[in-house]
Design a protein. Structure first.
Length: 237
């Protein structure tokens, strides 16, 4: 499961540690350092989960949780140095789904995050996956088919998972680690270098000229993205 996780933590070093652990799990973290920025980011681009520190400047975490609960059912994991039962109950009463006291183990935090994401996924009504389109590409997650200009393309399981997650968000840049996260369940031997091999194989299948790709582009020093205009307005890379 590749999730977008917003981390609201005023301790910049601690926020960076959480961000690195999230990336290692294959998630996409966004770090902010005060409650006002957290509210703004949630409203601008709602995350799949919010890791929320209580003691923050501008707007504290308790007020952020109170405000958000009037607006959404976003899963919230609250972090705090306050460890009394009264503090715990107050955070839960305001709508926090999980509550961890500092200091905490980053590994336990990741386990709590995995549990919350699974719980949120189960609570969502099942929807038939939508057909995804990016430029000349069509990806059907339900039928597990890929078309290029209407022409069917055979993909391996790993190749399909990579293409499907990228087609869901054209122009978004994915790191190799994030793409690794969506393929782990397909083959347990896959590594970040193997992701590069899958991308090369996909280019042979979907590109007019695999040496000058116009669909599946490299973002140097970061990872890959899928163009949504078929390459008409992009310089080949």
């Amino acid at each position: 499961m590749c999730a977008y996780v917003l981390v609201a933590e005023d301790d910049i070093k601690q926020a960076a540690i959480i961000g690195r652990y999230l990336e290692h799990e294959g998630h996409v973290p966004r770090l902010v350092h005060d409650g006002s920025a957290a509210l703004e980011e949630v409203r601008r681009q709602p995350p799949d989960l919010l890791v929320l520190d209580v003691m923050m400047p501008v707007v504290d975490g308790l007020d952020v949780c109170r405000i958000l609960r009037r607006e959404s059912e976003l899963p919230v994991l609250m972090l705090t140095a306050r460890s009394t039962e009264e503090d715990l109950l107050r955070g839960l009463d305001l709508g926090a789904d999980e509550y961890m006291t500092k200091p905490y183990s980053p590994r336990e935090l990741m386990a709590r995050i995995r549990s919350l994401l699974r719980r949120a996924q189960r609570s969502c009504p099942a929807k038939e996956p939508q057909v995804l389109r990016a430029g000349r590409l069509t990806v059907d997650p339900l039928r597990r088919t890929v078309l290029v200009d209407g022409r069917p393309v055979d993909c391996t399981a790993c190749e399909f998972e990579i293409l499907a997650v990228m087609a869901a968000e054209p122009q978004r840049v994915f790191t190799r680690k994030q793409l690794l996260g969506v393929t782990r369940g397909t083959h347990h031997y896959i590594t970040e270098r193997t992701v590069d091999v899958h991308v090369l194989n996909l280019r042979r299948k979907i590109e007019p000229d695999p040496r000058r790709p116009v669909h599946l582009l490299t973002v140097y020093g970061v990872g890959y993205k899928l163009a949504d205009d078929g390459g008409e307005n992009l310089r080949a890379r």
